[in-house]
Design a protein around this ligand. Structure first.
Ligand SMILES: [Zn+2]
Length: 339
């Protein structure tokens, strides 16, 4: 069954001050994503080069303040689990350490410090670091999220993306009810299943994208990767796992493949000057697997020369995204980085 990747366009004409007030005709493309119902508007502008990554402002601001996630402080100042939950207080795996979020927003809510290193640039997040984090997240959900159904592994990289601490860390959340976005994806999947009981929305989506080619990046282990059709950011990359699998169902080698994709995007972000980004890996935990395992990485660019935030009233208050890089162009630029 073919999915509808909805595209409509709006026409716009004006006398162009940059071209002797000649008539200019533009088309604005409006896209609706069949996986999430997300709506995005694609404008055609020439994007400026972002320049090299520079975090000196944030590193200067925190100079002299002790970092709670650095090895010498972590033991003393981060929260510990109740003895009946985790007798040793915290979970760890290689360099990664996981503990309760002292500022919780969900029933199961943990912080995971990824490395002993205090500051890493995007390209320094190797496959091994990301894989180790995902494997510890798996262990944490298995141990600490019993009875929960909807989980996520989240990442705010640097302050413009909402990161409160420079030291690399993920945030894990799991609850009995989905977040609004998880509920939207689940609703789309259930509606698809009602019409096509033998099929799976994630599989149909990936099948479409693989055949369509223009946004397709490739398959890595269990996941298909694409530049998202209706993006939530200027750079929006998605991995989707079909077949009702959750993070806890993946074999370690499959988890490593997910990490391989993330590390490839990190190398791309580094070269493109994407100095802040968000990640969410959504995973079902309970027996109901309507919401697919999905990973999303989105840029949080400050557009030069004034450092304008890529998020504005349109995303914040209208729930739609404006972007000026076509996902098809993003895919073409990202392909050389693909493993
Ligand atoms: Zn630190």
């Amino acid at each position: 069954m073919a999915l509808e990747f909805g595209v409509s366009s709006r026409k716009f004409s004006f006398l162009d001050p940059f071209n002797g007030f000649q008539r200019k005709d533009l088309a604005i493309e409006v896209r609706r994503d069949p996986l999430s119902g997300d709506v995005a508007r694609i404008l055609e502008f020439r994007a400026r080069d972002l320049g090299p990554i520079d975090h000196s402002l944030f590193l200067e601001r925190e100079a002299g303040r002790p970092c709670p996630f650095c090895p010498e402080y972590l033991e003393k100042v981060t929260a510990r689990f109740l003895p009946e939950q985790v007798p040793q207080g915290r979970l760890s795996r290689n360099e990664a350490v996981l503990f309760p979020n002292a500022f919780p927003y969900e029933t199961m809510n943990s912080v995971m410090v990824l490395t002993r290193e205090h500051y890493l640039q995007p390209k320094e997040f190797t496959e091994e670091i990301i894989d180790n984090g995902f494997m510890l997240a798996r262990e944490a959900f298995a141990k600490l999220a019993q009875g929960m159904r909807f989980a996520s592994v989240n990442w705010n990289y640097m302050m413009p993306a909402g990161g409160g601490i420079i030291h690399p860390h993920f945030q894990l959340a799991a609850g009995k009810t989905p977040t609004t976005y998880q509920a939207a994806v689940r609703r789309q999947a259930l509606a698809f299943k009602r019409k096509h009981p033998q099929e799976d929305l994630a599989a149909a989506y990936l099948d479409h994208e693989r055949k369509e080619k223009s946004r397709w990046l490739g398959r890595l282990g269990p996941a298909g990767w694409t530049a998202t059709f209706a993006p939530r950011a200027i750079y929006d990359i998605m991995a989707l796992v079909p077949g009702g699998k959750g993070l806890l169902d993946l074999k370690p080698a499959q988890v490593a493949k997910m990490a391989q994709g993330v590390a490839a995007v990190m190398r791309f972000f580094q070269d493109k000057g994407v100095s802040a980004f968000n990640m969410a890996m959504h995973t079902p935990l309970g027996p109901e697997r309507a919401m697919p395992l999905m990973l999303r990485l989105v840029s949080r660019i400050e557009i030069p020369p004034l450092g304008v935030d890529e998020i504005n009233y349109f995303e914040k208050l209208h729930d739609e995204m404006l972007t000026f890089i076509r996902p098809e162009s993003l895919a073409a630029e990202l392909r050389p980085y693909w493993p």
